[in-house]
Write a protein of this length. Structure first.
Length: 160
């Protein structure tokens, strides 16, 4: 049996890392690969001490109890709702069933903002996301535009 322990140097490095967030006015960190259980057990106190809010990813299949727990933990940030269980950069196809579930999730999250991501790549996607969520996260599509030097055009298209 292995028991996970963190070294003193790790704790010091985390403190420095999180304190840098405040220095550059970053208010929140998305923790895509960390469970809320690991966060609460090992990191919550340090994040709260440094006043760095967190966001966790959920999917439409996440249980309502877990969504509620994540929304409470992320109340000073947002809940990152993946439009479906998939990988980032995929094509977006929001069905009526998914739209209904997004509405349920928004209701469960109460005052915690819900941002829809994973596959958002057009103005139409953003508009559709905003029907039942507080906003949209555009990641991969922006990075693709950046790579080919078309950021301004992309932003005009998605925001215009």
């Amino acid at each position: 049996m292995h028991i996970y322990t963190r070294s003193t140097s790790f704790n010091a490095d985390l403190h420095i890392f999180l304190s840098k967030f405040r220095e550059v006015n970053i208010a929140s960190m998305i923790l895509p690969d960390m469970s809320i259980e690991i966060y609460e057990r090992f990191y919550k106190n340090q994040f709260e001490k440094e006043r760095v809010s967190v966001s966790f990813l959920i999917t439409p299949s996440t249980t309502n109890d877990r969504i509620n727990r994540i929304a409470e933990t992320s109340k000073n940030s947002f809940v990152y709702l993946c439009f479906q269980t998939s990988v980032t950069g995929g094509a977006l196809k929001i069905t009526n069933q998914l739209m209904d579930r997004y509405g349920e999730i928004k209701s469960i999250c109460n005052q915690t903002p819900v941002m829809l991501g994973f596959g958002i790549s057009s103005k139409e996607d953003v508009v559709k996301a905003q029907q039942n969520c507080d906003g949209a996260i555009v990641g991969s599509a922006y990075l693709k535009a950046l790579k080919i030097g078309e950021v301004e055009l992309f932003l005009e298209e998605i925001l215009g």
